[in-house]
Ligand binder design. Structure first.
Ligand code: MN
Length: 319
């Protein structure tokens, strides 16, 4: 990646407008990678423009928000477009049309389902997080400071659940150590992004646990539009539910489905051993080996029945 970094530096530092964007409904890795990268791009003398959807207030401490653009996307004239943590072009949402206008495009990611949609694709499926990949690129030409370190550390911590998931490698830990050395309050970051819950998130959890059912090794729960409405919850308040129910003794796969719109559901899958990327891909989604998701056309009951059927077949074929 070192030689590649020289080429990247040439293109990014000469870019007049360097647009950076991430997937819609951005999580900590998407926010950390986008803002961390924006600060790095500014450090090398270019002008970053960050296009990012509304994200959970738990990530409000991440610096670099002055680069977030909130005006009309049609007015942007992008030289360079860098997508981070985004498995396919359509997940850029409204920023996709800006991507299509850019002269040079980059795709920095770690989703194994990534379809290499840009001119330059730096997709490292073995990396814990997009922030880890961003660190590996910028360390060669950017002076990393405490704010950049904190942004990248946040993404790594989010996607590895505090260096716990299998995706955590020796290198992930080493990078974590290097970032801590910049003087960030790593313990406070972990508390904030992994453990602290907003009152809305607690209400959502109460409802999700109320609807929880198990079927053999599968734990599943759902939230319909009325339930979300009664909690005043939006999509950014729904993180961590599938992860939480995977902790039940004897459970190896968890399913969380919520009603996203009329006849449209969002499916999240978490697993301890089954390839859920494969299952999500069959529904037009994707993600990682043990964490993946998809949108699903249908109501909750229909989505649930199709998904449970599919999982049972997958579990049986692996026995
Ligand atoms: Mn990620």
């Amino acid at each position: 990646m070192e030689t590649f970094s020289t080429e990247i530096y040439e293109i990014w530092s000469k870019g007049k407008n360097v647009v950076i964007s991430a997937h819609t409904n951005p999580d900590g890795d998407a926010v950390g990678a986008a803002l961390g990268l924006a600060m790095a791009v500014a450090e090398i003398g270019a002008k970053p423009i960050v296009l990012i959807g509304k994200y959970s207030e738990k990530f409000d401490f991440i610096k670099g928000t002055e680069y977030i653009y909130n005006d009309d996307y049609d007015k942007i004239e992008p030289d360079v477009f860098i997508a981070v943590d985004c498995g396919d072009k359509h997940r850029l949402g409204d920023a996709e049309k800006v991507f299509d206008r850019a002269k040079t495009t980059f795709n920095i990611d770690h989703h194994i389902s990534n379809d290499n949609f840009a001119d330059n694709n730096i997709v490292v499926g073995t990396a814990s997080s997009s922030c880890e990949v961003v660190y590996e690129i910028i360390k060669n030409f950017c002076v990393i400071d405490k704010n950049i370190a904190e942004a990248l550390y946040t993404g790594i911590v989010t996607d590895t659940f505090g260096f716990k998931y299998n995706s955590t490698s020796k290198k992930t830990m080493e990078i974590g150590g290097i970032l801590i050395d910049f003087g960030i309050n790593h313990s406070a970051v972990q508390d904030r992004v992994l453990y602290e819950r907003t009152p809305v998130e607690v209400e959502v959890f109460k409802n999700a646990l109320n609807n929880l059912k198990t079927d053999g090794e599968i734990a599943y729960t759902t939230l319909n539009a009325e339930e979300l409405e009664s909690c005043k919850a939006t999509s950014k308040d729904l993180d961590g539910i599938a992860e939480y129910i995977l902790n039940i003794q004897g459970i190896s796969i968890s399913v969380f489905i919520y009603e996203k719109g009329h006849n449209l559901c969002k499916l999240s899958l978490r697993s301890k051993k089954t390839d859920v990327n494969k299952i999500a891909s069959d529904f037009g989604g994707g993600g990682h080996l043990f964490a993946a998701g998809a949108d699903f056309e249908g109501n909750i009951a229909m989505t649930l029945s199709v998904v449970l059927d599919k999982i049972k077949k997958e579990l049986n074929s692996n026995e």
